[in-house]
Design a protein around this ligand. Structure first.
Ligand code: C2E
Ligand code: MG
Ligand code: MG
Ligand code: MG
Length: 284
């Protein structure tokens, strides 16, 4: 299109656009270096039961950028998906999560770890083999890993995604449907995708007490999950009142700042060993 407009098209000289292009190129270079140097850290956020005991964790990646410090996934995950670098990052996160499962086992705890997986990663040719080989080489039982996928990420090539999920499930891996309720056709995905757990999106959790609609949707998700024999975990639980309301709806699994923020692995290990300090201050 730019060619048709001629070489002198202002598009070539728009400083904003050029800056954007430069930023992307720079980000690409930086991200590739980050993969080579393993500049990623994995934080762990506790998942708790109704007694507020830690029953697992979600692995959440951060980029320890040499100049900019610790960067949140919002800064680079989408870009990594667009450029195909997500597969390498995903494998690094999986490897670290497996190491953490091992470490926790050594401390005497058997805690499954959930890892976010992008659809672009699942769609890479060697996804199933890579995951299977990694866990085999590290002697990790597949059921200790939970793979989190999002509804919106599954629109691309549904058949291939489902096929690969089934291959991994037959080996013992488990799947969670992340951010449930935020996609276009949440209900049909429940039928389409072989999942074990729904993660009720934090939007519902956080609006539930102010909005009858959000409360009704949350309630529906729990009834539906019961019929379909799926686990539900509520995300983004940050207040006791939300926890209490979710308990009334029959919720048995929770994740959110109320229990713990995502923390570095040593802090997570301390949390597990000492028990959540929040336990003491919570009612119930
Ligand atoms: P997610 O998988 O839905 O993860 C939950 C996000 O909510 C995390 O943000 C977590 O820190 C935040 N959160 C948890 N509890 C609360 C709460 O009580 N209140 C509030 N306000 N926020 C809470 P984070 O770590 O910034 O991650 C954002 C997203 O980035 C994740 O959303 C996930 O989609 C993506 N992501 C993170 N790590 C990875 C990864 O290793 N691979 C891929 N593909 N995506 C990742
Ligand atoms: Mg997640
Ligand atoms: Mg989520
Ligand atoms: Mg998400």
């Amino acid at each position: 299109r730019a060619k048709a407009q001629g070489r002198n098209s202002f598009q070539f000289y728009d400083p904003e656009m050029q800056k954007q292009a430069l930023d992307r190129a720079q980000l690409y270079t930086d991200l590739r270096a980050a993969i080579a140097d393993r500049q990623f850290e994995v934080y762990y956020q506790a998942q708790v039961n109704a007694a507020k005991e830690v029953i697992g964790a979600e692995a959440l990646v951060r980029w320890n950028h040499p100049q900019r410090g610790l960067l949140s996934p919002a800064y680079f995950i989408q870009f990594a998906e667009e450029t195909g670098l997500i597969g390498q990052i995903g494998m690094l996160v999986l490897e670290k999560a497996c190491l953490e499962i091992k470490k926790l086992e050594k401390l005497g705890y058997s805690l499954p770890v959930a890892v976010n997986i992008s659809a672009n990663h699942i769609l890479q040719e060697d996804f199933v083999d890579s995951v299977a080989n990694l866990t085999k080489s590290m002697a990790i039982e597949p059921h200790m890993l939970k793979l989190e996928i999002t509804e919106s990420a599954m629109i691309q090539d549904t058949e291939t995604v489902v096929q690969r999920m089934r291959a991994l499930i037959s080996m013992g891996f488990r799947f969670s449907l992340d951010d449930f309720g935020t996609g276009y056709s949440s209900l049909s995905y429940l039928k389409l995708f072989p999942i074990h757990e729904i993660k009720l999106d934090m939007r519902f959790v956080q609006d539930m007490l102010q909005s009858k609609e959000d409360a009704a949707i949350a309630e529906l998700v729990f009834s539906l999950a019961k019929v379909l024999k799926l686990e539900v975990i509520a995300e983004g639980v940050s207040e006791v009142s939300q926890y209490d309301f979710l308990r009334e709806l029959g919720c048995e699994r929770f994740q959110g700042y109320l229990f713990s923020k995502p923390v570095a692995r040593r802090d997570f290990e301390a949390l597990v060993v000492q028990g959540s300090r929040h336990n003491v201050s919570l009612k119930g």
